[in-house]
Write a protein that binds this ligand. Structure first.
Ligand SMILES: Nc1ncnc2c1ncn2[C@@H]1O[C@H](COP(=O)(O)OP(=O)(O)OP(=O)(O)O)[C@@H](O)[C@H]1O
Length: 260
């Protein structure tokens, strides 16, 4: 069925019960993501972006439905790999063993697991650092390991929650380029949360803007930029700046509405 969405979020609402007051984080969110599409979600702080990602990840129960390949999810699954903002590495495992960890339960023979791990260490540019522990790595290196660990299980969907939010500006750019290269190579379906409008425009096919809490999708932008041209050229192009400004204005409108 060629038109079946890879991820179909249907009428998802989420209210967190509270001691004093319940918090409605999401209200009837609908979003269909095609196979191989890179979709980013932007919106004001606290509007429910992470909540939506956790619902799609299967970590959080919610009203409505999330379908993957047409089937309702019932919890987390190996079809969906998640990368969190805060690296989430095991401090007691080396780079190699952090990446191997996710593969150990997959039933693959040891030599195949080692082959996948070695290849990914090359992909993330950490040859020579295989036996280092997370405490010996920079923030950018740790996040590369976290991404490699997620890629090791070869999920068809990547769920990225502000994956570069904790990195300095230069490392962030390097990591964006790395992610773009990986996506162009693998064409995985990606759902990414970010605060950074330029990052969303640089990486995505489509950007969804969420309203202030309770979050719902209020505007969508299709991004049709040439991803093969160098970053400097793209960032200084009129086409890039035009769409970046449009998205920025849309997010700002929601952020201002939240303050009223
Ligand atoms: N476990 C929880 N219990 C109660 N309320 C929660 C919980 N997690 C999130 N919330 C509330 O739900 C709302 C949405 O939170 P969420 O983290 O999804 O927003 P966000 O858009 O990702 O925020 P930010 O951009 O600041 O990271 C917020 O008001 C938050 O306080």
């Amino acid at each position: 069925m060629p038109d079946l969405p890879k991820v179909d979020i249907k009428g998802v609402s989420k209210t967190y019960p509270g001691d004093r007051q319940a918090v409605q984080a999401l209200q009837t969110v609908n979003l269909s993501i095609k196979t191989g599409e890179f979709v980013s979600i932007v919106g004001p702080s606290g509007c429910g972006k992470s909540t939506l990602l956790y619902v799609v990840g299967g970590f959080l129960p919610a009203a409505g439905e999330v379908l993957v390949d047409g089937k309702a999810i019932a919890g987390p699954g190996i079809d969906r790999g998640v990368v969190f903002q805060e690296y989430a590495l095991f401090p007691w495992l080396t780079v190699r063993n952090n990446i191997l960890y996710g593969l150990e339960r997959g039933g693959l023979p040891a030599d195949e697991r080692a082959r996948i791990t070695d290849r990914l260490i090359g992909v993330i540019g950490l040859n020579g650092f295989e036996d280092r522990y997370p405490r010996e790595l920079s923030g950018g290196m740790k996040q590369r390991v976290a991404i490699a660990r997620t890629l090791a299980c070869d999920p068809s969907i990547l769920l990225l929650d502000e994956p570069f939010g904790a990195l300095d500006a230069q490392t962030r750019e390097v990591m964006q380029d790395e992610l773009l290269r990986i996506w162009l190579e693998t064409r995985k379906t990606v759902l990414m949360i970010t605060h950074d409008v330029s990052e969303a425009v640089y990486l995505s096919n489509r950007i969804c803007v969420m309203s202030a809490r309770p979050g719902k999708i209020v505007e969508e932008f299709t991004i049709d930029l040439d991803r093969t041209i160098p970053r400097e050229q793209l960032f200084t192009s009129d086409a890039f700046n035009k769409v970046r400004n449009e998205v920025w204005i849309s997010v700002r409108k929601q952020a201002l509405a939240a303050q009223l």
